[in-house]
Design a protein around this ligand. Sequence first.
Ligand SMILES: [Mn+2]
Length: 439
Amino acid sequence: MASEEQRNGAGPPSASDAPAHVGPSNPDQIIVHPDQMSFGDLLGAPTAPLPDLKVDNEPQVATPRGTWRVVALADLHLDTPFAWAPDAVGRLRRQDLRDALVAAVDLAAEVGADALLLAGDLYEHERLNPDTAAFLERVLNGAEVPVLVSPGNHDWLAPSSVWATASWDEHVHIFEGQQLERFEVGGGLSVWGAAHHRPAGTSGFLENTNVSGPGVNLGLFHGSEVSGMHYEGRDEAGRSKQPHAPFEAAMIPEVGLDHAVVGHFHRRREGTHHTYPGNPVALAFGEPGDGGAVVLDIGLDGRVHRQWHRVSARPMTDLSLDVTGCADASAIVSELRRESLGLTGLLRVTVTGELASGVTLVDSDIAAAVAASVDHSVVRRKKLFVGYDLDLVGNESSVRGEFVRSVLSDDQLDDDLRRDVISTGLRALEGRDDLDVAR
Ligand SMILES: [Mn+2]
């Protein structure tokens, strides 16, 4: 009955999953994201990907390093408030965000990267607290490889930005211009980056630009690949992603870049000429959570080979609990205990289906039934309704029957509302206080 809608972030353990992996202590252990297959499914068969999208569904193993190697990370969103979570859980998740940055910095050292590339939205300007600013400064200054940063629309380069105010060591380079500027990493590797100077309205970085130089030229910026907008979809409030600093994938080779590491889209994307690392730590339930730190090996011909590394140990999992057929509240609890067995991290339980009319459903009882291995769970109700036999009740010669007949004949109501009105009214007539099960 219950089924898992999707598994976010690191994914809960199962027989086939590798253990969650924080801080790549073993660089040979390449963690393939468990959502990789579903990402492939979304795009169609791996043999027929959409234009300029490449999804590598082959089991990934360590490969010989290319001529150049960089590690890329983006869209961490440090200090996200996590409004859906109690304070303690929000703090836990904000620590997860920090842990992911540390893991990416460690990864860059362990794989011997030529540089760590940060493609913006590492934090959110209006929320950044001094502790996080100090954390960023300490961790990036402590990196063993060059760190290059192109600020995004959330961590835009304001005069008060941590990018502008911290004392960065020499190996940390912040791209400050609004046009792509070259930074020579060395060994024939040049990175071209730029900064957002405002939270919105930044125009594309690839307009009227040409880069050239020996070796390989990588782009590093925060922007929206216009053909990718529809992959992002809308958030739960129906808002679509804003087209900050738009560009077309085809422009990357046209301006002379071999490849671009780009932030902003929270789904990871592997284009022919660009890579979105995606957000490495899921920020909300329902997000694909398929991002991570990506190791890019770049050959002499500019082609890249990508290996994805999980840098977040705590998954966010959606569990759909269909209560249809559960005759009593304890049957629902038993079902949830069974379904949540072995899950870890953060869990959202969506209670759905037909609730038996005698059952009193209490969210806190549902949350309490979740397996103890889960750190925190939230409960919501969606498309939940009470199973009344309306033919039966509607034929009664009673107040109940009259009520049901009048609501059924009201053609101003749509079907969902009619069902909810009947359910709420019948429960009121029964003298219950849990009237609105759907809310
Ligand atoms: Mn962004």
